[in-house]
Design a protein around this ligand. Structure first.
Ligand code: ZN
Length: 290
């Protein structure tokens, strides 16, 4: 029984009491603190930032029982670099990197603070590579498309971690593993990309049922996620033609590997927004939480 079904099965008064308890601030005391969830979210097209649709409601539903985080660490498909960087400014700017001419979209500002102190801790914690705190980025649309809906008051510090584009999947997964303990320090992790993402085959104007290979790839990948077969997911190129067509480049897939690297044996896997959109793209999203 999932959490929502469980709540529905209880009396309303009990459900209210339990939900209030769930929203109590997490214990951010240290290694033994309450485990925060980690999400991989399919962000889809940039206009999702300013629309109210089934996907944006799926994001808010999946996060409504999350305790208030101390900070949010976002690993966005749209910040790919040589080397690994973490945003370290106290006021990250909103980056309009979406390539969409919509005036309304270009007016979006997500004025969340940053956390230079947490950026330093992340840089200090990682051994596998040098994570460099920087002031030269901000929050890109992979982050704010989701955060506008899920944390609309923009009062939680947000950091972004870049993705070293030169590295293979296993490397990203292992870096995620090194960051796992921040989940016990009040940090909510959001990997933002898309599971199936073939822009050359996607049609952002027409929404239809999807290509056969997109449906097949999404099913294969979801089965591997549910089975925690992370070895197969790290080497997705070995999962057959449909998956190779669905992931012609790893940019929107790599954020998933960071999140899976942070999975613990306690975590339950919840898949939501389980749908194709625009033919060659899926909005499939994953929540890990005990
Ligand atoms: Zn994107």
């Amino acid at each position: 029984m999932d959490r929502r079904t469980f709540l529905g099965a209880m009396g309303a008064a009990w459900a209210e009491t339990l939900q209030a308890a769930c929203r109590a601030p997490a214990d951010h005391g240290g290694e033994g603190g309450e485990l925060m969830p980690a999400f991989f979210i399919g962000h889809g097209r940039p206009l999702n930032a300013i629309e109210d649709n089934r996907f944006t409601r799926g994001w808010t539903d999946a996060m409504k029982d999350v305790p208030p985080p101390r900070a949010i660490l976002c690993i966005s498909a749209h910040w790919r670099t040589r080397g690994t960087y973490v945003t370290a400014m106290s006021r990250p700017r909103t980056i309009h990197d979406h390539g969409d001419a919509s005036r309304e979209l270009n007016l979006v500002r997500y004025p969340a603070p940053g956390s230079p102190a947490l950026a330093s801790k992340i840089a200090d914690a990682v051994r596998a590579t040098s994570v460099v705190p920087v002031d030269g980025w901000g929050l890109d649309h992979g982050a704010w498309t989701i955060l506008c809906h899920t944390f609309p008051s923009a009062d939680v510090p947000v950091l972004q971690l870049s993705i070293d584009a030169r590295r293979p999947g296993t490397w990203h997964y292992e870096l995620g593993r090194e960051l796992l303990h921040f989940r016990r320090r009040g940090v909510l992790v959001i990997g933002s990309g898309n599971l199936v993402h073939n822009p050359s085959e996607a049609d952002l104007l027409l929404s239809f049922d999807g290509f056969d290979w997109a449906i097949e790839a999404d099913e294969i990948l979801k089965a591997k996620i549910r089975a925690a077969d992370h070895g197969a997911l790290r080497e997705y190129e070995t999962l057959g033609r449909a998956v190779r067509l669905a992931i012609p480049a790893p940019d929107h897939y790599d954020p998933l590997l960071y999140v899976l690297g942070m999975q613990t044996p306690e975590d339950r896997v919840t898949i939501f927004n389980d749908a194709l959109a625009y033919g060659g793209l899926t909005m499939t999203s994953v929540r890990l939480w005990a």
